[in-house]
Design a binder for this molecule. Sequence first.
Ligand code: SF4
Ligand code: SF4
Length: 321
Amino acid sequence: MTPKTENVTGRIYDIQGFAVHDGPGVRTTVFLKGCPLRCLWCHSPESQRSEYDLSYLAVKCVGKELCGAPCVGVCQSGALIECEPEKAVTGDRMVTKVKVDRERCAECLRCAGVCPSKALSASGREISVEEAYTRINKDRFVFKKDGGATISGGEPMGQFEFTLNLARKLKENGIGVCLDTTGYAPPEQFLEILEYIDLFLYDIKHMDSKKHRSFTGVPNELILSNARLLAENGASLQIRVPVIPKLNAGMENLEQTADFCARLGGAVKLVQLLPYHSMGRSKYARLGQPYRLSNVEPPDEAFMERALEVFLSRGLPGKIR
Ligand code: SF4
Ligand code: SF4
C-alpha cells in the first residue's frame, strides 16, 4: 500500500488549463515527465525523458549585441557556439545568435537560468501533490459536470507515488480524474489506483507485438493484459488509437484492434481514433533531436471514416479525434 502524503513531489513539464482534448468536458491537465515508450509519431518529445531537457528556440535569441551572450559565459562545457552574424528581421542591425553543440552539452541548464529572452529554457520542474492540487483547484469553476483533472505524460504511472497521491487528493475533494496512460506499468499499480480514476484514457497502438516493439520500443502484451485487467475490475476506458499511415493503419490491424476493444465489453465508453499529425515536429528541433517520421502524411478524412466504421460496426461507441 503506497503511503498517503501530499509532500511527495513529481517532475512535470507543463500544466494546462481549459483543455478540451484530454477527456470529457473542460479539464486541467498535468503533464509528467518520463515515458518507457518511444513512439515514432510522439508529438511531445519533451515528455520522454525523466531528466530535464534543454530547449533552444533560435527565433527568440536576440543576439549577443543586445544581451551580451551571458549564456556563453556560464557554459563550462564550451557547448554554446556563436553563429555568423546575420541581419535582423527588422531594422539594419546585425545579430549574432548562438547554437548548441548537443554532443558537448552537459545539461547543467546554467544557460537557461541567464538567458533574458528565454531562447534557452529548461523543460521540467518539480511540484508537490499539494501544489499541483492547488493549481488544479483554481480551475474548479470551469469543470462543471463532466470536466475535471487529467494526469498525463509521458507516462504518469512511471511516477506512481505522485500520481496516486494526486489522484486520491483530487478525488477526495470532489474533482473528477482521468488518467492518460500507455498501459505500460505494473498491473498491481493499476489495481491500486483504480478507485481514484473516473476514466482511463488508454492507448492501443498495434495488435502485433513485434510491430508494436519496432514502432514504440516495447512489446504490447503488458498493455493488452492491463486493459483486460482494468475492464474486469470495473474501470471505465476511453481507448485511444493513433492512426499512423504505413505503421498501424492497415485494415487488418484496425479490425484486430476493434475486436480486442469489443471483447473488453461495457468498460469501453468510447474509442477515439486520432489521425497522425506532425505538429510536434518543431519541438524535436528545439531539443536537438531528429524527427524520425518525416515520410508519413496524415490520413485523409475518407480513410478516417472507413477506419471509424470498423469500430462502429462492432457496436463500439467511437469518434474521430
Ligand atoms: S546546459 Fe549545456 S549549453 Fe547550457 S550551460 Fe550547461 S552545458 Fe552549456
Ligand atoms: S541564447 Fe539567450 S543569452 Fe544566449 S545570446 Fe541568445 S538571447 Fe542571449
